[in-house]
Write a protein that binds this ligand. Structure first.
Ligand SMILES: [Zn+2]
Length: 100
């Protein structure tokens, strides 16, 4: 039975990646919903840096076709953090309404 809160499921997924000798999650079963399959895509990521919300475009990820959960390579996630912190990478600002 698949359970997102069981760390062993993510560990098993990483073990299967190592067995395939490729760092590719395409076609793997999502560890969050346990029914969807992952596909490589590029998309928009929202990352909170200090008191700002930074939107980063064209970020590679594996996305679940059922629940939308996104999985990133460690190096990509590290880049997201670095880009969000770099003021020189900001190309424009947008206004976002906030509701309560
Ligand atoms: Zn899923």
């Amino acid at each position: 039975m698949c359970n997102y809160f069981k760390p062993v499921n993510l560990w098993l997924l990483l073990l299967r990646m190592k067995a395939k000798k490729v760092a590719d999650l395409t076609g793997e079963i999502c560890t969050r919903c346990c029914t969807g399959h992952l596909a490589a895509k590029r998309g928009r990521e929202y990352f909170r840096h200090k008191d700002e919300l930074v939107i980063i475009e064209n970020v590679p990820a594996w996305v679940c076709n059922k629940c939308g959960e996104r999985y990133h390579r460690a190096v990509v996630f590290k880049s997201i953090r670095q880009i969000a912190a770099a003021k020189s990478r900001i190309t424009k600002h947008v206004r976002v309404p906030v509701a309560r």
